[in-house]
Design a protein around this ligand. Structure first.
Ligand code: 6R9
Length: 652
């Protein structure tokens, strides 16, 4: 494991205090924040216990808040609840029965709206549908869906009957789907004929057929939702249309009381090498953590219309499209498709049409919007927005400022939220009515979270080290499915425990500044060592992106006899820019000016796309293979567009 960045060269000192108009009405004020931090510090377990009692409905109280047998945590031991109850039933009695729960728009422009009462009804019916197929409490169910309301309903229906779901992103290949279904030993798969994405139908059911043809013996039933209407093959006895099953089942389905520690879902996340890890989350702690982070960080107010652009296939979709906002009784907007050449401004149009007030997206999307210029967003009325968020990667200060000025009109606080599939919810983030933000920093830990930056011995290393969490928290993953040893080795033994203190190892490099703000520099394997100087890919990329000709950049190291590693940059130019030798020289000089001579790229390759995961993370591992001229190795199942690799290869 290489050492993370020791010297950060990224200089970003601008400070953005919460806009006064926002701060005045915020849920968490500076006074409240101080109180909460004090409470959490004085009595961490009492803090979580109070929130669990006040914020969630429990069928049965717990006997013990936390049982911590490192690295095994159990929260709210003995307590019983149901996440679907907390997301639906309780809102029928607290005045939100006729409030809009979900507004959905499909890529072709079709719109559906469901009140809490209607969503509750649909979920109950879906849950009974699953029961009719033989699904029972404790079973695992695969979900391979487009971004349609039924994706959320399927998740909630599983939670309602106590079956654990494993959502597999609809863009993943049949191969990736097969691996995940096999590992989870799923008893059924919920899918759709297809979905709309970027002006085309993405076939889903045929991928399920392919995956199952390779043998996933545990799968007995496939429930198919009709979305696109294209012809699909149905295997008699195994495959059932939802629209045929639905009328035969009742819409009365009480929520099954579940143990707080009952498995809620498995979500697979790619490791650096080898097969994906099945991250396990359980019911009580996850519900509380998704709920309270969503409420405080997004400052959820009754009238908000909240849009998180993620897909339900990744953790952000789980915690901040479905469970967090619905548990709070919010109005969630959900969109089926993605920005595309025929409608590059569709996001801005949607914000204007649906009067979105909270908008949560990824840096990669922001950079793409930035690339297509200010004119598109300026054509739309974005005045409904009051809060912006980002997640998934460090955000380059350049992109942050663009988001702040062009999208937020300098009115909206930005919450840059650091967290992981493993953490269940946001761990480091501004609170929008409290925290003065700095572009590129996720700022401070959430109240009750003890984050730190340490070296491999566990000693504080604020100037540059590994991001760790020092205490268990309710939303933490419980294990790697069927592989507790991998759980221990990947997260709890990288930094050995010291004096009874365990360190959750996040795998990210970070540093803390003089105000205690965290600057996440990316995965620890994303560090380049040039002649002994450690450079974070993030700072190199930010330097490149700060040049007006550059839309996006990815930087990797290539083994170099003299320097240890040489810097290779893959660069996407802004619209209208031509890649030339003189521009290449100019960019190299620009990085030298921004960072220093040590950072001069040895090579700059112009490209039209970068290999990314479906959740928008650049797969630098593959770029490293390309830069080194070696073959592609390791798992590529999470790649969004396989064509990109081919094109990159040919460009060399
Ligand atoms: C939620 C999510 C987790 C990894 C994480 C880190 C990166 C996420 C970030 C961020 C800097 C942020 N990451 N948010 N880095 N600033 N605000 O993305 O989960 O898909 O599991 O990825 O993403 O490297 O370790 P997941």
């Amino acid at each position: 494991m290489s050492q993370p960045t020791l010297e950060s060269i990224l200089q970003e000192n601008r400070l953005f205090p919460p806009p006064p108009a926002f701060a005045q009405q915020a849920r968490i004020t500076p006074e409240r924040y101080e109180q909460l931090c004090r409470e959490a510090e004085r009595d961490p377990l009492g803090f979580w216990e109070r929130l669990a009692r006040e914020e969630l409905h429990w069928f049965k109280p717990w006997q013990q808040v936390l049982q911590w047998d490192p690295p095994q945590a159990q929260w709210f031991v003995g307590g019983q609840l149901n996440l679907s109850y907390n997301c639906l039933d309780r809102h029928l009695e607290n005045g939100r029965r006729h409030k809009t729960a979900l507004i959905w728009e499909g890529e072709p422009g079709d719109i559906r709206t469901l009140t809490y009462e209607q969503l509750h009804q649909e979920v109950c019916r879906f849950a009974n549908g699953l029961k009719a197929l033989g699904i029972q409490t404790g079973d695992r169910v695969g979900i391979y869906m487009p971004m349609i309301p039924e994706a959320a309903m399927a998740m909630l229906a599983c939670a309602r009957i106590g079956a654990a779901h494993t959502v597999v992103f609809g863009g993943f290949s049949a191969e990736a789907l097969k691996d995940r279904l096999r590992d989870a030993e799923a008893k059924a798969v919920i899918t759709a004929d297809g979905g709309w994405r970027k002006d085309a139908i993405v076939p889903l059911k045929p991928q399920v057929d392919l995956a199952l043809a390779e043998g996933v013996p545990s799968v007995e039933k496939v429930l198919v939702v009709q979305r696109t209407g294209q012809a699909v093959e149905m295997t008699p006895g195994r495959d059932i249309w939802w629209h045929e099953l639905a009328p035969t089942v009742s819409e009365d389905c009480p929520a099954q009381p579940m143990d707080a520690e009952a498995m809620l879902f498995i979500l697979y996340t790619s490791g650096t090498t080898g097969k994906p890890k099945g991250v396990v989350h359980t019911t009580g702690g996850y519900n509380l953590y998704a709920h309270i982070t969503c409420q405080w960080i997004f400052d959820l107010q009754e009238e908000d219309i909240y849009w998180c652009t993620a897909d339900v296939g990744w953790i952000t979709g789980h915690s901040y499209i479905v469970y967090g906002p619905l548990s709070n009784g919010a109005t969630v907007f959900m969109y089926e498709g993605a920005p595309r050449p025929s409608k590059p401004d569709c996001f801005w149009e949607l914000i204007a049409r649906h009067r979105i007030s909270i908008f949560y997206t990824a840096p990669t999307a922001i950079r793409a919007f930035m690339k297509s210029g200010d004119a598109l967003p300026r054509q739309h009325d974005l005045s409904s927005l009051r809060l912006l968020g980002t997640v998934g990667e460090p955000i380059n200060p350049e992109a942050w400022i663009w988001y702040h000025t062009v999208i937020g009109n300098e009115r909206c606080p930005i919450v840059d939220t650091w967290w992981q599939t493993e953490t269940g919810g946001i761990m480091i983030s501004p609170l929008p009515g409290v925290t003065a933000t700095k572009p590129g920093s996720a700022t401070r830990p959430f109240p009750g979270i003890q984050a730190d930056v340490v070296d491999l011995e566990g000693d504080p290393a604020p100037a540059g080290g590994y991001l760790v969490i020092r205490q268990p928290w309710p939303g933490m993953m419980r294990t790697v499915y069927k592989d507790p040893q991998r759980f221990r080795a990947s997260y709890w033994e990288k930094i050995p425990p010291k004096d009874g203190q365990y360190f959750y190892f996040a795998g990210d490099g970070a540093h803390r500044d003089e105000d205690g703000y965290f600057w996440v520099m990316g995965r620890v394997d994303d560090v380049i060592s040039v002649a002994g100087h450690r450079l974070g890919t993030m700072e190199l990329e930010s330097a490149l992106v700060s040049h007006p000709a550059v839309a996006e950049a990815a930087v990797v190291g290539r083994p170099d006899e003299l320097k240890g590693e040489a810097i290779v940059a893959f660069v996407i130019l802004s619209d209208g820019q031509e890649g030339s030798e003189s521009l290449r020289q100019e960019l190299m000089q620009h990085v030298v000016t921004e960072i220093g001579a040590i950072a001069r790229p040895s090579e700059i390759r112009f490209t039209d796309a970068l290999p990314k995961t479906r959740s928008g993370k650049i797969m630098r591992r593959l770029l490293r293979n390309l830069a080194a001229g070696s073959g592609i190795s390791g798992d590529t199942s999470t790649l969004e567009d396989r064509g990109v690799l081919e094109r990159l290869r040919q460009e060399v």
